[in-house]
Design a protein around this ligand. Structure first.
Ligand code: ZN
Length: 171
């Protein structure tokens, strides 16, 4: 197992679109383990492969407080959605920023588990929000894309400035 590097905005690799996983094999199961370990180390509740610079359609989620309920969703897709809900979201790729985002409240999601079995379920609440947030990552979309341009630009500027400061320190 290994802890992977999580990309932060404004890194353009977060905008790449992930490819479907055609075969759930040991390398995929290994990646799932590494992603869970990385998510736990960063105290996150969800992580998409895109965030660790792997362009494969896989996300990991654990909403328990004891890091005891790991979920791995391979090739997840939303088949149906209804209602709307507002929830405050954060993201390991946008550290320390929390903003309210409106999304569908209930979704029907289809994905494969680590055994390659196809699962279809209807979910709501935080789990539904988390799945939508993570699938967005696989499509190169970030939760700040849902904010007003003014808010989004303010956040982007903050991170661009940090990146410049860091670059100046390194060189
Ligand atoms: Zn995120």
């Amino acid at each position: 197992m290994a802890i992977l590097e999580v990309l932060h905005i404004p890194d353009n690799r977060l905008r790449k679109v992930a490819q479907a996983i055609s075969n759930v094999d040991d390398s995929i199961r290994e990646l799932a383990k590494d992603m869970l370990e990385t998510m736990y180390a960063e105290n996150g509740i969800g992580l998409a492969a895109t965030q660790v610079n792997v362009q494969k359609r896989m996300v990991v989620i654990d909403l328990s407080t004891e890091q005891s309920d790991p979920k791995v969703l391979i090739n997840p897709e939303i088949l149906d959605s209804s209602g709307t809900e507002e929830m405050q979201e954060g993201c390991l790729s946008v550290p320390d920023i929390f903003e309210t985002v409106e999304r569908p409240e209930t979704i029907t999601v289809r994905y494969q588990n680590l055994e390659g079995e196809i699962i279809e379920e209807s979910v709501d609440g935080l789990y539904a929000v988390c799945i939508q947030h993570e699938i967005d990552h696989l499509d190169g979309r970030l939760f700040i894309d849902y904010l007003s341009p003014l808010k989004r630009n303010r956040i982007l500027k903050k991170f661009e400035k940090q990146e410049k400061l860091q670059a100046a320190r390194v060189s």
